[in-house]
Design a protein around this ligand. Structure first.
Ligand SMILES: NC(=O)c1ccc[n+]([C@@H]2O[C@H](COP(=O)([O-])OP(=O)(O)OC[C@H]3O[C@@H](n4cnc5c(N)ncnc54)[C@H](OP(=O)(O)O)[C@@H]3O)[C@@H](O)[C@H]2O)c1
Length: 244
């Protein structure tokens, strides 16, 4: 049984899968959660084949009850939580005159609302880990769109600004509990999410998922007195990738 444990959401591809693998290599038992069961199972099998201990929960994380189910499954399997990675997210481009309420709600519920719900449901376990080693970690995947409002991706931007703000609030509110939170703010990362733009921005010129996993690995090495509240990843020249 792993000595430390983590939950990673959106773990079936891209950034989440790379971070889950890194945590597994570091010896964490991991609950991997994502939406589509078949895709998640394939990702989980890849990690298990390398000897990583994984609990697999397919769930729609825009739904509060599903979030409770993920956290419950993790608690039953591992009984502790040292690292929570709130990474699941979707981006839906629309101009403001044509916003669809359905797409707005999907992004708000998954990208933003799910994060405070995960904190609430996980807090007891995170506090126990924080009391034990003063280095419980929550990583929230925001975006450079959470640092600069993006045309056409206005709702996505608004959710990611919300993630950055909520992360700041958690660092103040939980400062005495040994729980540190970091918002990740990347520009284009080579994942399925950026397939739509790869004809004009080649995949190999984007940030790689290993860059993000490596940054999270670094966060794990910090001493209890050192907090990195935010990490911004741009393309060379400082480009945010979307609107430059
Ligand atoms: N790629 C970029 O350029 C970039 C830049 C900045 C920030 N980000 C952020 O990085 C995070 C990860 O994205 P990615 O680039 O790695 O894309 P990705 O490969 O498409 O991964 C998205 C993950 O979220 C899961 N997911 C989507 N909807 C879900 C739902 N309703 N419930 C549960 N899980 C759901 C997906 O599962 P399914 O495939 O089954 O839906 C998948 O595992 C997102 O928060 C995204 O906003 C990405």
């Amino acid at each position: 049984m792993a000595q430390r444990a983590a939950i990673v959401t959106g773990a079936s591809s891209g950034i989440g899968l790379a971070v889950a693998r890194m945590l597994g290599e570091e010896g964490y038992g991991i609950t991997m959660a994502a939406r589509r069961p078949d895709k998640l199972s394939a990702a989980v099998e890849g990690l298990r084949a390398d000897g990583i201990e994984v609990e697999e929960v397919a769930a729609n994380l825009g739904d509060e009850e599903e979030i409770k189910r993920v956290v419950g499954a993790h608690r039953d399997r591992f009984g502790r939580l040292d690292v929570l990675v709130n990474n699941a997210g979707v981006g839906m481009g629309e101009t403001v005159d044509a916003l669809s309420t359905k797409k707005m709600d999907l992004q708000l519920n998954l990208n933003l609302r799910a994060i405070p719900l995960f904190y609430r449901e996980c807090l007891e376990m995170l506090k126990l880990a924080g009391a034990e080693h003063r280095n419980a970690l929550v990583v929230n995947t925001a975006s450079v769109a959470g640092k600069q409002g993006e045309a056409w991706l206005s709702i996505y931007s608004a959710t990611k600004f919300g993630v950055v703000g909520f992360t700041q609030a958690m660092n103040r509110e939980l400062k005495d509990s040994g729980i540190k939170s970091t918002a990740l703010c990347p520009a284009f990362v080579d994942t399925p999410m950026t397939d739509f733009v790869k004809e004009s921005v080649p995949a190999e010129s984007m940030i790689q998922t290993g860059d993000i996993a490596g940054a999270v690995r670094y966060l794990l090495t910090l001493s209890p007195g050192c907090l990195v509240p935010e990490m911004v990843f741009t393309l060379p020249g400082g480009s945010f990738g979307v609107s430059g």
